[in-house]
Design a protein around this ligand. Structure first.
Ligand code: BES
Ligand code: ZN
Ligand code: ZN
Length: 510
């Protein structure tokens, strides 16, 4: 595991394989090292700007051999873009890019300045937090199943990153920011791991076990797991119906965080389908690929709770009551599987006609939402890889969100802007309720019309189960997974999208 170490060694004395310094676009001096940049670095930078036309554009990189006056082998110059455009989001991205570049350069010991600390509009706690998050998220790889040339994989690992604090007055702030960034990043990395693991490894019982382990991390946390017998006894019939075709037992999991000073409460709900074959309405093979990620919503809930526990442990707790409710099952096929034409009586009492067995997420969430409503939270936020239509509408980079509360919709917008996790709203107009009206039951779980707006009608369906409480639904089918290795903060595969946004939301509410 890559270790982050804070040091107030002068930049000219630090010894490392690689020293990361930065440059704002249009500037001629490196940033993040006020008072420590001596003639050696100043000249070096000036020379490189000249020679390589390095302009400091956002995320531009230039690796150069270090002058003999430094105790490092190489220097990485990274561009921060225009100072006026530099935000916390840029700081995180720059750090992630620098660590990816460091990997390319095979550096094992790295020293870095804290990007953006010189800017008056950013707090050093924030720039340090972003540095830690960026470094750890950018360094993530999922390669535990690669065995060929394993020794090479294991031999090259970044061992440590020395974080250079130039102004001693900032030391406490930096420690605070780095600790917070580490807590949040490690929660996201764990979430990525459980999403990336194959579906034979992560089953509904594994999700329940992970929740139990997380609840152990804090004395203010508890967990309740409803097993099949309990679900039957209490009438969680939609979760049971989806699980009927699988050998694996379903669970409804309730994580509860209640610090002493909490005034308001937020509930996060996660779709935890550990594999979605489509059920009897089976998916073609290519659409079934990546359906191990259909529990990304559940992984987000676990990630948020891990972060809550870790933030409390480092003395930076979030003073809110938080519920985390996960419905977890597989969607498989057998002689016992739920059929199209079946009618299911939900926990809420409403009945649902099954049109399509592949629209299983909204089914299990309907029961999870009924459970949540009984907890009487002030706000409900659900995460679900719910529809292919959401991906077709906004692509892989944006989540779509919808809800019944302008206030909460606004908070999600702010949280998205603050974290850089892209999200765009969709409406929930009554006129489209016609697509989920059933001739035989209260609702139907899908539409037979080619013109039904898929992501929206899934949202309208969920809305039927929130009992008019302030609620937002985040359809994360797009951004929870990346097919390409293009973003500095993520690798190909699971992204953990939504955890940063959820934590930012809690900070806005508290
Ligand atoms: N898990 C899928 C949605 C999904 C698709 C997530 C692609 C990630 C990537 C969901 O359960 C599903 O199958 N939805 C159907 C609904 C339809 C049958 C009404 C869909 O979107 O096609
Ligand atoms: Zn499905
Ligand atoms: Zn699904």
């Amino acid at each position: 595991m890559m270790e982050l170490r804070i040091e107030s060694t002068p930049i000219t004395e630090v010894s490392a394989d690689l020293l990361v310094i930065n440059l704002f676009e249009g500037a001629t001096e490196v940033g993040g090292a006020t008072g420590l940049v001596n003639a050696a670095i100043g000249n070096l930078v000036a020379q490189q700007i000249e020679e390589h036309d390095f302009e400091g554009k956002e995320l531009d990189c230039l690796a150069i051999t270090a002058p003999t006056s430094l105790s490092v082998k190489q220097v990485l110059l990274i561009g921060l873009g225009k100072p006026g455009n530099f935000t916390a989001v840029t700081a995180r991205k720059v750090a992630a890019k620098s660590i990816k570049k460091a990997r390319e350069l095979r550096a094992k010991k790295i020293a870095t300045v804290i990007h953006g600390t010189d800017l008056k509009h950013l707090d050093p706690i924030v720039t340090s937090q972003m540095l830690a998050e960026g470094l750890l998220l950018g360094n993530y790889q999922f390669n535990r199943y690669k065995t060929v040339d394993r020794d090479k994989v294991d031999k090259y690992q970044i061992e440590e990153v020395i974080i250079l604090v130039d102004d001693p007055a900032n030391l406490t702030a930096v420690q605070k920011g780095i600790a917070k960034g580490e807590a949040i990043a490690s929660a996201i990395l764990n979430a990525r791991d459980i999403i990336n693991e194959p579906p034979s490894k992560i089953k509904p019982a594994s999700i329940a076990q992970a929740a139990e382990e997380i609840s152990e991390l804090s004395k203010d946390m508890s967990v309740t797991v409803l097993d099949e017998a309990k679900l039957k006894q209490e009438g969680y019939n939609t979760l049971l119906a989806v699980a009927a075709g699988s050998e694996e037992k379903p669970y409804l999991i309730h994580l509860h965080y209640k610090p002493a000073n909490a005034k308001r409460s937020v509930a996060f709900v996660g779709k935890g389908v550990t594999f979605d074959s489509g059920g009897l309405g089976i998916k073609p093979w290519s659409a079934m690929l990546t359906m191990k990620t259909d529990m990304a919503g559940a992984a987000n809930v676990l990630g948020i709770f891990q972060a809550l526990a870790e933030l409390e442990a480092i003395g930076q707790p979030i003073p809110l009551e938080v519920h985390g409710v996960i419905a977890t099952t597989e969607n498989m096929i057998s002689g016992k599987a739920m059929r199209p034409d079946d009618i299911i009586e939900t926990k809420s009492g409403k009945t649902i006609e099954i049109i399509h067995t592949d629209a299983e997420g909204r089914l299990i969430l309907s029961d999870a939402l009924s459970y949540v409503v009984d907890q009487k939270p002030d706000y409900i936020v659900d995460y679900a890889t719910l529809t292919g239509a959401a991906i077709r509408a906004l692509g892989r980079d944006y989540a779509v969100y919808m809800g019944n509360s302008d206030e909460l919709m606004d908070l999600v917008k702010k949280a998205s802007e603050q974290t850089g996790e892209l999200a765009w709203p969709l409406p929930l107009p009554d006129i489209y309720k016609k697509y989920i009206e059933s001739p035989v039951a209260d609702l139907q779980n899908a539409s037979t019309s080619d013109y039904a707006p898929g992501a929206i009608i899934a949202g309208l369906f969920l809305q039927e189960f929130v009992d008019n409480r302030p609620w937002v639904h985040l359809d994360i089918a797009g951004p929870s997974w990346q097919d390409e290795d293009k973003d500095p903060l993520t690798a190909k595969g699971a992204t953990g999208y939504g955890i940063l946004l959820g934590l930012a939301l809690l900070e806005l509410i508290q």
